[in-house]
Structure formats: C-alpha cells, structure tokens
Design a protein around this ligand. Sequence first.
Ligand code: ZN
Length: 426
Amino acid sequence: MDNRTQALIHFLDASHSVYHAAEYLADTLEKAGYTRLSEGAAWELMPGGKYYLVRGGTAVIAFRIPEGSPKGFLMSASHSDRPCFKVKENFESAGAYTKVLVERYGGMLIAPWLDRPLSIAGRVMVETEEGVESRLVDIDRDLLLIPNLAIHMNRSANDNQKWNPAVDTLPILGGKDAKGKLLPLLEQEAGGKILGHDLYLYIRQKASVWGIDEEYLSSAALDDLECAWSCTQGFLNAGDSENIPVLCVFDCEEVGSSSVQGAASDLLEGVLTRICGVLKLDIYQMLANSFMVSADNGHALHPNHPEMSDAANAPLPGGGVVLKFNASQRYCTDGVAAAIFRKVCAKADVQTQTYCNRADIPGGSTLGNISLHHVSVPTADIGLAQLAMHSCYETGAVSDAIALETAMAAFYGSTLTATDTGYTLK
Ligand code: ZN
C-alpha cells in the first residue's frame, strides 16, 4: 500500500471523535515544526515562520509567513466533525437492560449503526485544584451495541422502516447491574471528576482498502476527514508561495457551522485580521488577492441508483477531484473559481470531474458559502466522490485522496495575483 494511503488510514483509525481528529492534526503540525499560538496571547509572527492554533479542541488553523512581502491568502477549509450519536447529560436508563441515552448529531443514516460493536470517545472537562481542564477520553474496546428488532417481531422491517431516535437507537451498556458503572469508567479513563462532557458513539470497525484492485477505501468519517487529511498533507508538502497559505479545519459543519469553532464563527476572519495587523498589511488588499478551496466530500454515482444523479455531472470514485456547482450558491464555485482550480489541477497533472445535483433534487450544502459571510473571496467548492454519505461507514477511492494531496500541494505552492480581467497563477 502507498505510504500516503497508510498515513491517511492511520489518521482515520485514530480519529474516534472530532476531538481526536483535531488533536491528531495538531500533533502532525507540531511534528512538522509549526509553533502553537494562543488566541489569548499576543502574536509575534516572523517571515518564514510556521504557526497553528486550535479553537474549542476541534477547529484547527495553520499558516506560514513567506520570506518576502505577502500578496494574499491561499486558503482551504474542511471539517472535522461527522454525523453520529451524542451522549446526553443524565446518560443511563435503568430497566432489564442498562442503556446509554443518546441523541442524533447531524443528518445521519441510522440503519448502519445497528448490530455492530460501538464505543464512546470525546472530551471531558475534569475538575482540578485551579479550575477545570479538558481531557480526551476513548474507551478503546467493544462496549455498546444497538440491537435490531428481529424480523419475526417486525415483519415490515425490509419495507419502509422508520427509526425513532428516542426508542430505536439506544445502545445497551449491560444488564440491570450495569447501572451506575459508566461514569466511574469515564472518570477512571479521564483521571478525575468529570464536570462537563462532549462524548460521542463511534463504530469499532477500522478503515478498509478493498475491491478487486484494492481501489476502494471505506471508513468512519470519510466525510470529511479524507479532505481534512489531504488538504493538510498538501499544505505541508507545498513549495514556496508569495501568498500566505492558510489551512482551516472547522467543526460543526454537520449541524450548520454555527458554533464558536464552526465556519460561521469569527475564527478565520479573526486570524486573518490578526496576521495583517501584526505584519502591517492592508487586509482588503490581501483579500482581493486571495482564494478559498472549500473541501468536502461529494456524492458519487451510485452503482444501484444511477437515476439519482445528474447524468452529465455524476462523479465516480477514482475519477479525480470533484468540482461542485449549484446555481443557488449552496456550492459556491463560479466560472472564475472553477477556472483557477482547474488550472491548479492541470499544473499538478490531477484529473477533475464535476458534480451538480439533478435539477429536481435539492442537494446538500457545505462550508464555502458559510465562510463567505466573514471572508468574501472567490471560492471553489470541491471534494472527493463517495458513496453512502452520512453512513457510519462510508466509501470512496484510494486514488482520489492522493489526487487531492497532489492538487493541494500545487495550490498552496502557487502565487495568485488578481489582475483587472482575471488572475495570474505562478
Ligand atoms: Zn462533509
């Protein structure tokens, strides 16, 4: 297996929650020589310097300062969260079985969560002498399961199945004697008294490369950790640019991005404003020479349901990086952004394909048009073609992740300058 695929799989398998994904990315940046900045401290930025920050434990922004006078920002945005079940506050229900009370986070396919081993991971706030401290928790063993109702008790299970998330999707922790055992287990794992938590269920199945030519990759959270990883690798491996390369991985995309660490927050705008302030740059001049790649996975042509796709704009797994278009701006790629991104991909010898919804089917939305509210620059909505979006186990192609790494390295290594009629791209 290619080293780049191995590295992606390692990241996917280590990212049992949005917190673990962000910590892995922060570690990766740290190992690559990036200096961690605190939003609560003054920033000293040096030419040639490499920096990153984390907000809320789940959003990561990294950037580097070129040696010369910077010309603008080259940015990408992906997301660290996934649809899944979140553990509620009073989280145990008693009865013949002890169940864990959960609610849905994001727009998920429910059926794939049933009849498979699950566990719990996330962040807890632990009481300390001085205050409270954030700690990551991962109960790294098969702990829970949501059982289906037998076909004999639900004869219509294979037709029009409906799921009630208050009834049908509560996982079993154990029998009635299990009552009261989960909190001590979490506190033992965290090493202290828990005063607050953000804990999620995750599937225990690891990522898999499969298919007759081992061309497919399946994993939890392929949307959007595949793009987050590929953009990070492209960012780290890029050559020098006269622009400031900026890597963004936001949280809360699956619930509308409105949070302290989501794409609708002031996070990116604040970082760019601070960079311009410290380096004494005119932010509006910088933004006029800037470009955003919003990277979030898109729908591949379904093998059994090709009729659900627009016949002329239906990407395939393995077909290269997908440019996404929508007249209502749910995807904000326009002619300018498409041309710039295609030019970058051609330079890197990376194939592109296109995605449009069928005109009679409303599609999804993503980060691009949300971050535009604060940072209004030409934006290409792109992604990698995948099947079973928002299942707990999603499928894409091995070669596409490598294609995106290559394309993003070319993007971040370019120098983009606005002209009166277009852009130059060196
Ligand atoms: Zn996504």
